[in-house]
Design a protein around this ligand. Sequence first.
Ligand code: FAD
Length: 374
Amino acid sequence: MLVEIDVAIIGAGVIGLATAREIAQEKKGVFVFEKNRTFGLETSSRNSEVIHAGIYYPEDSLKTRFCVEGKSLLYELCDRHDIAYRKLGKIIVAANEDETAQLEKLYEQGRRNGVEDLMPLSRTELKKIEPNVEARAGLLSPSSGILDFYTLLKFLYSQAREKGAKFVFGTEVIGIERMGAKYRVEIRDREGISAFISRVVINAAGLNSDRIAQLAGIDVAKAGYKLHYCKGEYFSLSSKYRNVVNRLIYPTPEQAGHGIHVTVGLDGRVRLGPNARYVEEVDYRVDETQKKAFYNSVQRFLPHIELEDLDPEFAGIRPKLQGPGEAFRDFVIAREEKASLPSLINLIGIESPGLTASPAIARYVGRMVDELFA
Ligand SMILES: Cc1cc2nc3c(=O)[nH]c(=O)nc-3n(C[C@H](O)[C@H](O)[C@H](O)COP(=O)(O)OP(=O)(O)OC[C@H]3O[C@@H](n4cnc5c(N)ncnc54)[C@H](O)[C@@H]3O)c2cc1C
């Protein structure tokens, strides 16, 4: 007889942790399986730590909906539970006429998305609040901020455990097979291979989420679930630039990312990045030959920086549904009824703004789980 549980969550990144916190209750057997030795060692700890406002994406997308909702929930959570953050604001800057036109479009998009506090800035207004930034115009988003991802992840982990979720680290899910209304889930840990039965399976496996869907029998290519890895590297600026800017400074966005931006850590340290390069494998090394490209990109709006003041820092990988040159793709958050897997919930392509959106995504998945247990 195999052990039977109620919910198996695959992955202990921010999405798996927030979901576990949302759905865990004493009566429900919620287990989180994580292949690494602890939570949050992949994309959730390799990002810009920015609480996004929700400006960039189409108004009817899940990215916008959950980013706008998640931002409020996240600030509330940080306030209530002493999670370090700063709502320092962000400015998207334009260097020329074309980019200024792009700012106008972003302003309109942001308003359509329900981001009511955006403020266009002239060059003079920008200079007054960011004297070291050089640009033709700017768009201020006062509600953007930064947070300490580790405190957030630790808080979600602790609360999920307090509410009864069990975490199984060092355990990789290697098979999912439908058995009537339930699933047989195969796992591999240090002891070998074993299996259990779960009523509901939630796939929050980040960079592996397309493979998990495939394991469950979904034709990933046909479903449009194939992930493309898009690497984002960061360089730090030497400590002499501490507080060189007062806010997050972003260029106008690129096709695959938000553009190499300048973030200020909670300690005032300044970081540049990420770039956006499609890659074949998960490899977190920073390619130092990218340094000049970073410098050229940021020097356009922060002209005083010197090339030798940049140091390679870290990299993250975006789990993108959108391949190179392809059009916008939204998050996939789906109960797989069409694939005859009604109690498999897939979360695929949870790239930026996934950190911001995490509490809202968790709520949404929580409602799906409630329906399944109703
Ligand atoms: C460069 C970069 C910058 C970003 N900046 C921001 C930002 O500023 N603001 C923002 O809101 N968002 C940002 N994001 C997006 C955000 O980081 C992600 O959306 C979010 O962290 C995704 O969390 P996750 O839990 O889905 O994935 P992950 O954190 O990758 O977690 C998935 C987990 O699943 C585990 N797993 C995988 N396969 C298996 C298996 N078979 N069995 C068991 N466990 C498994 C993995 O080990 C991993 O721990 C950024 C992303 C990148 C890459």
